[in-house]
Design a protein around this ligand. Structure first.
Ligand SMILES: [Zn+2]
Length: 269
């Protein structure tokens, strides 16, 4: 039964108790959205369902590595954490872990929920960090390399950590915007603190930088350890994945590409 179907059709928007005290709040709601008739109906749903409703209504994708901050209202991440903690507690129960008497796991569900929403996946729920752009007054047009920037992410297949480094090469022109060095790290962090796929992550990063900086050429190299290869699966402790994105001048000019890559290898040595 849909959580809102107990509401009478012509109900005046009666005061709705907060979601956690609504008996129906823990029931999953179907993706069919036509049954929601008012803001009061919507308010009775758990926060994750409200956010999902807005996303589907706006025809907006919400894959693991998408940022959905535009659809999250103030206070709702706190509600999300409470929801995740309650469900994580059920996961621990299904793993037959006695969280009542095991003092190590008594608060684990809450800790994991906080870790997901506030830390390792916060790049889904928080808007892009503000980035001040400066006009290229000195008309810099030389290759600029930023990195290595530390990457901390997680794979969206297993939610295992991905730890690595990124280098960014920018070839500006006189119309490019310049952004402060620390801002590159902030943008990397914003893209990476989501369940990710390495190839998609570097493409997302390239799209954001292309749009902000508008360079003649953009190159990104990412090298990372995937813990789903090391902690589980083939248990290959030495496997790392490297991939790159080259755009504009870096695609057309092999000398520029070589220069960028040779400067990287010096830095990794
Ligand atoms: Zn994985």
């Amino acid at each position: 039964m849909a959580p809102w179907s107990h509401l009478p059709d012509d109900a005046m928007p009666t005061p709705v108790p907060p979601p956690e005290s609504t008996p129906a709040a823990s029931e999953p709601s179907p993706r069919g959205l036509a049954l929601i008739r008012s803001e009061a109906d919507l308010a009775a749903l758990p926060a994750s369902e409200r956010i999902r409703y807005r996303l589907v209504g706006a025809d907006c994708r919400f894959h693991a590595n998408d940022n959905i901050s535009e659809f999250v209202r103030p206070g709702e991440t706190e509600e999300l954490k409470a929801e995740v903690a309650a469900k994580m507690q059920e996961v621990l129960r299904s793993l037959v872990i006695d969280t009542d008497s095991d003092h190590n796991t008594q608060e684990t569900a809450k800790r994991v929920a906080k870790m997901f929403v506030d830390e390792v996946f916060r790049g889904r729920y928080q808007p892009m960090p503000s980035v001040t752009e400066f006009p290229n007054v000195s008309r810099l047009n030389e290759l600029m390399i930023v990195g290595p920037i530390s990457v901390r992410s997680a794979c969206s297949h297993h939610m295992c950590p991905i730890l690595g480094r990124i280098w960014i090469g920018v070839l500006p022109n006189e119309h490019s915007n310049l952004i402060g060095l620390s801002k590159y790290s902030r943008i990397v962090d914003w893209i990476m603190t989501r369940p990710q796929i390495q190839e998609e992550a570097v493409t997302m990063l390239a799209n954001v930088l292309q749009e902000r900086v508008k360079p003649d050429g953009l190159a990104i190299v990412m090298e990372a350890d995937h813990f789903c290869m090391q902690w589980r699966g083939v248990k290959d402790l030495d496997s790392a994945m490297t991939n790159s994105v080259m755009r504009g001048a870096f695609l057309k000019d092999p000398h520029l590409r070589r220069e960028f890559l040779s400067l990287l290898s010096k830095k990794t040595a």
